[in-house]
Design a protein around this ligand. Sequence first.
Ligand code: G3P
Ligand code: CA
Length: 262
Amino acid sequence: MTADRHHRIKVIAHRGASEDAPEHSLAAYRQAISDGADGLECDVRLTADGHLVCVHDRRVNRTSNGRGAVSALELAQLAELDFGSWKSPAGRTETPDSADPERTTVLTLERLLQLVADAGRPVDLAIETKHPTRWAGQVEERLLRLLERHPLPGRVRVMSFSARSLRRIQLAAPEVPTVFLMNFLLPRHRAGRLPPGNRIAGPGIRILRRDPGYVERAHRAGHDVYVWTVDDPADVELCAKLGVDAVITNRPRTVRDQLDRL
Ligand code: G3P
Ligand code: CA
């Protein structure tokens, strides 16, 4: 597929509307939905007691007032931490009284699935498994169990930098499209081909800046292309010109507006 002005590019909110609200907070996802995002992106990690929570880093240090690895903490311990004040509008710590729990409480994948189900319009969910190889399939197993309990048919994509993690999803739930994420192109992926079973290519924007022809090659190989993280107006313009299928951004409203004007 080549660039086509009638091709509507999907806007997927990276960790929610995370430019404005604390990443991965319920507030950030609610805002992304009201900002008109077509989809939401989240990273998932397993807690010590087997819950999937939406946290990007291995440790909680950057995005909360706690310390330690997510995998070493139980959900109840994570729930006591403040995951939002670091991103308060004034750039300073809020008092516990002024903190909005939807900005500060750790978000479970289960709660996010409920939010998407209740959005009042179709919203996609792109779930990224983080460092799942450590967990010998537990991340994917738990994820698929949650999807059985909260089905969003046709709305969920599972993404990963780990081909092995995506393979587990493909074998257990072939109906769920998987996105193979790439930081750079290995020689075997340059022609646009992906590890078997993946329907969608997920290149970082740096790949397209260096190799804009990648999009056409991936399309010719039969894959959609979801690009991350596209915040800069020049990158949005590049993605529109190349006719990508989705952009993953921290600024869903701004990027949607720019795409609609192009
Ligand atoms: O959407 C893919 C992108 O989120 C991958 O990078 O580090 O932001 O999870 P990262
Ligand atoms: Ca991610």
